[in-house]
Design a protein around this ligand. Structure first.
Ligand SMILES: Nc1nc2c(c(=O)[nH]1)N[C@H]1C(S)=C(S)[C@@H](COP(=O)(O)O)O[C@H]1N2
Ligand SMILES: [Mo]
Length: 252
């Protein structure tokens, strides 16, 4: 299988983190980066030192972003006329290697700190109440696109399986050996969706058939496609890109 790295550099990514951190600091706490410098004792007012601080203190960065995350603030939603066509495909391999998952034998395994560990069939997921969103997907490679996704509100699903929502993480495993994990606050966010449809159609193979997790509050790589298993845990699960140094929290 052809493996590739993301086109952006970690340095660019840190710069975009800082822009987002700055925006959030200001909106949520009325703080400037200068004020953060005073609070943290680190000079975070120029690009180089920002990179050093964020690279060296990646865990601190996750904590700061989590602290700044407002569980009630919604990501922007758009009219259907704003939808990007054609919608871009992305994965760590080319579109010709997209996984073909068999709908009949596929199961969603649920594990870890949940009461109901029974695997889910696709038919069972389709039978749950569904919602739709038209939101922007932002990839660290420097593109963004607006799409329409429909599925089950993830907080409803977590409730249904009796997830321990005081746990720290939800981890995901995928049919293409991809993986990622998210914080519980994001898992419970009202726009976090267990997605079954794209553009009013059954989720096409390239966009993650049969199921993906859609989060307009996270960068694209945190949105796992072809999900086969999810688990609730207090042990940091990491992920495909996260284990290669990409910032774990990666809010957008
Ligand atoms: N299973 C799986 N999920 C994945 C990826 C992947 O390679 N495998 N790539 C991620 C990245 S980097 C992006 S930008 C989005 C792309 O989603 P799209 O093809 O729907 O645009 O999927 C994310 N989820
Ligand atoms: Mo991405």
């Amino acid at each position: 299988m052809k493996r590739r790295t993301m086109a952006t550099s970690l340095e660019d990514f840190s710069a975009r983190d800082i822009a987002s951190l700055q925006r959030r600091l200001f909106m949520k706490r009325g703080l400037s980066l200068g004020a953060l410098t005073l609070l943290s004792g680190c000079d975070v007012t120029n690009r180089d030192s920002v990179q050093k601080v964020l690279n060296a203190m990646s865990r601190w960065n996750d904590g700061a972003q989590a602290w700044l995350f407002d569980p009630n603030r919604l990501a922007p939603e758009f009219p259907e006329s704003a939808i990007t066509r054609p919608f871009p495909f992305n994965a760590y391999y080319g579109v010709e290697e997209v996984r073909r998952v068999d709908a009949g034998t596929w199961r969603l395994e649920v594990g870890g700190l949940v009461r109901e560990k029974k695997p889910w069939t696709l038919t069972e997921l389709y039978a749950l109440p569904q919602t739709s969103q038209v939101t922007r997907h932002i990839c660290v490679e420097g593109w963004s696109a607006i799409g329409k996704w429909s599925g089950v509100r993830f907080s409803d699903f977590l409730q249904r399986i009796g997830a321990d929502t005081t746990a720290k993480y939800v981890g995901f495993r995928c049919a293409d050996d991809y993986s990622t994990s998210i914080d519980m606050a994001t898992a419970l966010h009202p726009q976090t969706q267990l997605t079954l449809r794209f553009a009013d159609q059954v989720l096409p193979a390239e966009f993650g058939f049969p199921m993906k997790l859609r989060m307009p509050t996270k960068l694209g790589f945190k949105n796992p496609k072809h999900v086969t298993a999810l688990f609730v845990t207090n042990d940091y699960p990491g992920g495909y890109w996260e284990d290669q140094g990409y910032n774990w929290y990666s809010g957008s």
